[in-house]
Structure formats: structure tokens, C-alpha cells
Design a binder for this molecule. Structure first.
Ligand SMILES: Cc1cc2nc3c(=O)[nH]c(=O)nc-3n(C[C@H](O)[C@H](O)[C@H](O)COP(=O)(O)OP(=O)(O)OC[C@H]3O[C@@H](n4cnc5c(N)ncnc54)[C@H](O)[C@@H]3O)c2cc1C
Length: 324
């Protein structure tokens, strides 16, 4: 019996959300008296994979099949299922990303497993049952669910688990191959064009986001300059993307991307529930709005009541000074 953790990679590196999944897996494995094995797919730097040893992975299986350089749902599912069978995994941990949730649902069907997505805390373990807490209704409530099938799949919501090194060892790397058919590979991406700039929005620790209060795209340099000074990604509210001030892939909320950065700075955004649905699991929320009655202040950890065009240039100056 083991706990298998699926590791997502981008640009040859392990994504932060996968370190979170490894830490979660390590703690579950410790409670079950077993160890974690990780599975990574595609080209990933060996040092990155070895570093998973610091987060409890004794071994990392790597499938470097060139056709799996980019995510292919059926094929990735088959590889993870084969790794789970090889390692006799009773618990499989994924990150609750687009890729993780795509694989999770397919895996559950393939392995006759139970699957809990959006999990926000370590499970309570009672015999063969894992009780998990998950975020539901776009982050407005929590649900507890008992997972009792012999194979359990858990997808961790980003930023729910602190990434902590638990050891100094290096994980052993083992090449892993899975026999794939043409049918497994009938949806291979031909080209991937990076949507965001320097910092990937879904992986960013800090996000600076602008709303209709920015008045127009000609003022977006304020959002970009603040983001640059903080090493942050940029985002926006839906109407901003709808009118074409910003591209749609930056739109966060119920109908856009869901993010959970450590710091979310909302500039000139009112805080409608549809917007909050995509950002309310951020660790710290800072709101800048000239209207003290703006609903976003109720969800904020820190609020600045003031005019964007006075407040943000000062913040940029301060952030630049701190970075020196
Ligand atoms: C089905 C459905 C799905 C939706 N999905 C989403 C979604 O995914 N994401 C999303 O964002 N929205 C979504 N919406 C839209 C949502 O309801 C709001 O209309 C939207 O979030 C408002 O965007 P905003 O805050 O940028 O604009 P506004 O509501 O117009 O707010 C602008 C804010 O800027 C402030 N402001 C103006 N000038 C200044 C200044 N100079 N200095 C400081 N503050 C200033 C104002 O006080 C105001 O609070 C959805 C709506 C529906 C019906």
C-alpha cells in the first residue's frame, strides 16, 4: 500500500501546487504508516524531481514519453492509473488545477475509486475511511465527505496546505513507461501559446487585479507597474475583459479563472459575488476603492479608501524602494 502523488510540471519545473500535494500526501502517508511515491510526466529537470525527497517522496516515477510533453487527458490518466496499480496505491493525491481535476474524474471512473475535489484540509482517518473537508458553492461553504472505496482520490485546493520541508533526502528517480494506443493520444496539442506574461496567473503568489474603476486600458500601466515591482501576475474583473481592455484569460471569478494567491490586490473592483467566487480563497486580500461602501471591503483583510490614481503610484514607489 502507498500514497501516490501526481506531480504537475511546467517549463521543466515542478509547480508549486504539486509541492503542496506532496506535503499533503506525506502527512496522509505518515498517518497511514506508509510512504509516498510521486509520478511525473514529460520533461522535468532531474534536480527538481530529486528535490521532492525533501517533501517526503521516497521515489519519483517519470514517464518521459515525448508525445506527453503537453497535457493529454486520456493518456495522462492512463499513466497515473498504471503507476497507481504498480505501487498498489490506496490514496492518490492531485492538485485541484485544470489538469488535476481532468485526470481525477477520469481516474475515478477507471479505478472505480471515490473522488473528492477542492479539498482544503488533511483528512480524519478512521479505519479504511478518510473524512475530507472540501470547499463547495464557489468557496461560500464547506462540505465533509467520507471516502470509503478501496482507492481514494483527493484533489487539493491551491494554498490549503503549507509547503514544508520534512527531510533532507533526495528522491530516487525511476523511469516509467506505459503502453499507449492511438486512441489514448487522439487529442495531442499541436502548439501551446503562453497566455500570461512573466508570472503564470494560476501559480502566482501575488496577483494585482484591476476593475472598471481603472477607467480604461490606457491606465493599465499602473496595474502592470505595481505587479512588476511585486513580482506579481496581473488579472482583471469580467467587464474589463468583456470590453476588451484586457484579454479574457486574465478574467477571474465565477465565469473566469479561480485563483488562491497568498496576496490578492484588487484595484477599482466593486467585489460582486461572481468576482469573489474566483478569489475569496486568497490568503490575504487588499482592496483599493474610493467608495467606502464597496462590498469588497467586507471580504478584505486590508482596505484603502482612496483614489486609484493617487494611491497606486505611491504603492509602486514603495514597492520599488523595498525591492532595492
Ligand atoms: C452570471 C454572471 C457571471 C459573472 N461572472 C463574473 C466573473 O467571473 N468575474 C467578475 O469579475 N465578474 C463577473 N460577473 C460580473 C459581476 O457581477 C460584476 O458586474 C463585476 O464583477 C463588476 O466589475 P468591476 O468591479 O470591475 O466594476 P464595477 O462594479 O463597475 O466596480 C468598479 C469599482 O471601482 C471603484 N472605483 C471607480 N473609480 C475609482 C477610482 N478612481 N479609485 C478607486 N476606486 C474607484 C468603484 O467605487 C467601484 O466599486 C458576472 C455576472 C454574472 C451575472
Amino acid at each position: 500500500m502507498s500514497v501516490l502523488v501526481f506531480i504537475e510540471c511546467a517549463d521543466g519545473k515542478v509547480k508549486k501546487s504539486s509541492f503542496e500535494a506532496a506535503c499533503y500526501g506525506q502527512q496522509v502517508a505518515a498517518s497511514l504508516g506508509t510512504e509516498i511515491v510521486a509520478i511525473a510526466i514529460g520533461e522535468v529537470a532531474t534536480e527538481e524531481l530529486k528535490s521532492l525527497g525533501k517533501y517526503g517522496a521516497a521515489k519519483v516515477l517519470v514517464d518521459e514519453e515525448p508525445r506527453l510533453k503537453d497535457y493529454v487527458s486520456q493518456a495522462y490518466t492512463k499513466v497515473v492509473a498504471a503507476a497507481a496499480e504498480k505501487e498498489n496505491a490506496s490514496v492518490i493525491i492531485l492538485s485541484n488545477t485544470n489538469i488535476g481535476s481532468g485526470i481525477g474524474a477520469r481516474l475515478a471512473a477507471r479505478l472505480q475509486a471515490c473522488y473528492a475535489a477542492n479539498v482544503v484540509a488533511l483528512p480524519e482517518i478512521s479505519g479504511d475511511t478518510l473524512k475530507v473537508k472540501k470547499s463547495v458553492f464557489s468557496g461560500k461553504a464547506f462540505a465533509e465527505e467520507n471516502l470509503s472505496a478501496s482507492t481514494k482520490i483527493i484533489a487539493i485546493k491551491k494554498n490549503s496546505i503549507e509547503v514544508k520541508e520534512t527531510g533532507s533526502g533526495e528522491a530516487a528517480i525511476e523511469t516509467f513507461t506505459t503502453a499507449l494506443t492511438d486512441a489514448d493520444l487522439n487529442g495531442v496539442p499541436q502548439e501551446t501559446v503562453r497566455a500570461t506574461g512573466d508570472v503564470l496567473l494560476t501559480e502566482a503568489d501575488i496577483v494585482v487585479s484591476g476593475g472598471r474603476g481603472m477607467r480604461g486600458p490606457e491606465n493599465w500601466h499602473l496595474i502592470e507597474d505595481l505587479a512588476k515591482a511585486l513580482g506579481a501576475a496581473t488579472a482583471c474583473s469580467k467587464p474589463v475583459a468583456d470590453v476588451g481592455w484586457r484579454p479574457h484569460h486574465e478574467h477571474v471569478g465565477q465565469t473566469g479563472i479561480t485563483i488562491s494567491p497568498n496576496l490578492y490586490i484588487a484595484v477599482g473592483i466593486s467585489g460582486a459575488i461572481q468576482h469573489l467566487a474566483g478569489v475569496n480563497s486568497s490568503k490575504v486580500i487588499v482592496v483599493i476603492n474610493k467608495d467606502p461602501e464597496a462590498p469588497f471591503f467586507k471580504a478584505a483583510d486590508y482596505g484603502i479608501v482612496g483614489d486609484i490614481f493617487e494611491v497606486v503610484p505611491k504603492l509602486i514607489e514603495e514597492a520599488k524602494a523595498l525591492a532595492k
